[in-house]
Ligand binder design. Structure first.
Ligand code: NAP
Length: 635
């Protein structure tokens, strides 16, 4: 039974009793506890403890009892000052028990978020006088648009945000399918400048993420600079005046405006794939793409098909299975689907208390949760020696493959007819990892059937499969993903000499310099643009939104401080960067046959990597924070 915080508060002192505090520590991330306690006490016994996974019973008890005792005396709200650089490095090394190099230190030192606005860039001196009417247009008020807007707000640069939705939150305003929630833990899927946000669950639900983003928009002054119901239709660069002429459609007609700088924060999963199965027009029931889930749709007692087992399809199957009469789960390609600790669980009152009363715990919990991603590069690079001994890719990846295979077998109760169809023939980490929300277990229910025969065509009453079966359904959920290749789409973007961005990209799909800039498109940036999804030793997307928006802000700062009006990437730099990117990508798992490249939205129809940044995370961070001014032209 969970105790509430108030039940365990001492009525005389207002403090929780020791048993409550101990429970809080036991439930916490013990790595974060270890570092936070050491930061306060400098206790060598705590410093000597290994990482949580390697703690023996005695070490665990030592850590828990010392922390409980410290909190009994010292618990209080607040956050410690950022430690000096040397101490910070010592704490970060202590956190992971690994000595990091300078490259890694620079990329990671702000992750624990002790400063008010980590990753914020600033004027070199006093803010210069801005040209009259100067403004930046940010397209999109989702995570990345808000990151940009807050940077601009802090710099005092006027801006306007345009968003086609009625509320802030981007993808989180439109997705509302059953059990939608983040599948990366919320402590990493949040902005580092909003301290200790009171998430209700470890993995925030979709509506809570939207509320969070609305809260950010309102608290940091972005909301009043946002024009909702504005859909960008056309952006044309005026070479004479170095401004962007924008046209947006609104419920009241077309609106024109000008911006000196255009920042596209459109998201990657913007354009849903059309469910164009043969016979689709004959189907008499409802076909839904999850991004267009009808409000109030009642699935009770219905016969439903869910097509697709990406992150979206997998997330919704178990809750749908509980409501419907019959559910057909269509799988075209098996996925590696893995469990997450505390997925779907509320943050316990004890842990909430700890977050509010153990200064530094929130910071180190963030750091440790992000640190779980530091090693991902290791999954992607082949080990030829290991392969020569009969290994498939490298020891780390093969071990994960074995663990996940065992997981599939356990979840399906050893049902061979399921297992033989569920184990992928490609390596884990080739595609975007999918998180299990009870998907495998749901397949074992009496009212659920896994269908691996392909869809031949739809009829008025259901789906005909390639083995000749007719599956009668009322509702088809086409969780078939998004047209990822369509960056900056469907709006029209025209740069210098009237060039259309889509013509520029016609050869082999969208490209950019650092995922952000395109030649002939001056004063224009993309956040989460082509080849920017960090694959390797990354830090989670919200941090990257801060990093990319800080890059755009650095360009604007320099342009404005030098009294110029135009910043653009040189074509030579764009070509050189992309050639190097293709070489770097070629050695990665997902471009290798064993990574199943033809079945991966990270790779485009031209066979080149398009979504992902192939660089080692800290290296990509360096490229995006230490601007190489030789690659840019400012005039
Ligand atoms: P997705 O990963 O592209 O998956 C699409 C699925 O539909 C695949 O299983 C695909 O099969 C199948 N499919 C596509 N066309 C089909 C067809 N004609 N017939 C049968 N099956 C077809 O798309 P998604 O699941 O929407 O996920 C996209 C991304 O959104 C994720 O990778 C993630 O980054 C993000 N996301 C995040 C969350 C979260 O954080 N909570 C939740 C959902 C999504 P094949 O594998 O054979 O191509």
């Amino acid at each position: 039974m969970t105790t509430t915080a108030s039940e365990s508060l001492d009525s005389a002192t207002g403090k929780p009793d020791p048993a409550f505090i101990r429970r809080a520590v036991e439930l916490a991330d013990l790595n974060a506890v270890r570092v936070a306690l050491f930061q306060h006490t400098k206790d060598p016994e705590i410093a000597a403890l290994p990482v949580a996974m390697q703690l023996d019973d005695a070490g665990r008890e030592l850590l828990i009892s010392k922390t409980t005792a410290w909190l009994e005396k010292n618990a209080r709200p607040g956050m410690p000052e950022e430690p000096p650089q040397d101490e910070m490095r010592q704490l970060m090394n202590l956190a992971t028990k690994e000595e990091m190099g300078d490259l890694e230190f620079d990329a990671r030192r702000e992750l624990a978020a002790f400063q008010p606005f980590p990753f914020q860039v600033n004027w070199t001196g006093k803010r210069p006088e801005l040209p009259e009417g100067f403004q930046v247009a940010v397209i999109g008020s989702g995570f990345s648009g808000l990151a940009m807007a807050v940077q601009l707000e802090n710099l005092g640069i006027p801006y306007v945000v345009l968003d086609r939705q009625p509320d802030p939150g981007g993808t989180w305003t439109i997705h509302r399918y059953p059990d939608i929630r983040v599948d990366t833990i919320s402590i990493t899927y949040e902005f580092p400048f909003e301290k200790n946000y009171p998430w209700k669950e470890y993995f925030g639900r979709g509506a809570d993420v939207q509320s969070y983003l609305e809260h950010i928009s309102k608290k940091y002054g972005v909301y009043e600079n946002t024009r909702f119901h504005h859909t960008l239709e056309k952006a044309t660069f005026d070479e004479e005046r170095n401004v962007w002429a924008l046209e947006a459609s609104t419920p009241d007609g077309t609106v024109s405006l000008e911006a000196n700088v255009l920042v596209n924060a459109l998201g990657t999963f913007t354009n849903p794939r059309t469910p164009n199965f043969p016979g689709v027009e004959d189907f008499g029931g409802i076909i839904i793409h999850p991004s267009r889930w009808p409000k109030g749709l009642d699935l009770t007692g219905k016969r439903v098909a869910v097509i697709g087992n990406g992150s979206t399809g997998v997330q919704m199957v178990a809750p749908i299975a509980e409501q419907v009469e019959q559910l057909y789960v269509f799988q075209r390609t098996p996925q590696w689907i893995s469990p997450r600790d505390k997925y779907g669980k509320p943050i316990e009152p004890e842990v909430r208390w700890l977050l509010d009363n153990f200064p530094g715990y929130w910071n180190w919990w963030r750091y440790m949760a992000i640190a779980a991603l530091f090693g991902t590069h290791g999954f992607l690079v082949a080990d030829p020696e290991w392969q020569a001994q009969g290994g498939a890719w490298n020891p780390m990846n093969d071990k994960l493959r074995d663990d996940l295979t065992a997981y599939i077998k356990a979840q399906t109760n050893g049902d061979e007819s399921l297992i033989s169809r569920l184990i992928p023939d490609y390596a884990p980490f080739s595609r975007r990892p999918v998180v299990d929300n009870g998907w495998y277990k749901a397949l074992t229910r009496d009212n659920v059937e896994l269908v691996t025969d392909s869809i031949e065509h739809l009829t008025e009453t259901g789906i005909k499969t390639s083995d000749g079966r007719m599956l009668e359904v009322d509702i088809i959920v086409a969780a078939i993903g998004f047209d990822i290749i369509k960056y900056l789409w469907p709006a029209e973007y025209r740069g210098t000499e009237g060039v259309d961005v889509h013509d520029l990209w016609a050869t082999d799909g969208p490209r950019a310099y650092l995922g952000m800039m395109v030649p002939q498109f001056p004063n224009m940036f993309m956040l989460y643009g082509p080849n920017s999804q960090p694959l390797s030793g990354g830090t989670g997307l919200p941090i990257w939104y801060m990093v990319w928006s800080a890059y755009a802000a650095q360009c604007m700062i320099r342009m404005l401080e030098e009294g110029h009006s135009r910043v653009e990437v040189k074509r030579e730099a764009y070509d050189r960067y992309n050639a190097a990117l293709d070489v770097e990508a070629s050695s990665l798992l997902l471009m290798n046959e064993y990574g199943n490249p033809e079945k991966n939205y990270y790779i485009n129809e031209h066979g080149r990597i398009q979504v992902s940044a192939p660089w080692y995370g800290p290296e990509f961070h360096r490229m995006c924070t230490q601007v190489d001014w030789n690659d840019l032209e400012i005039s």
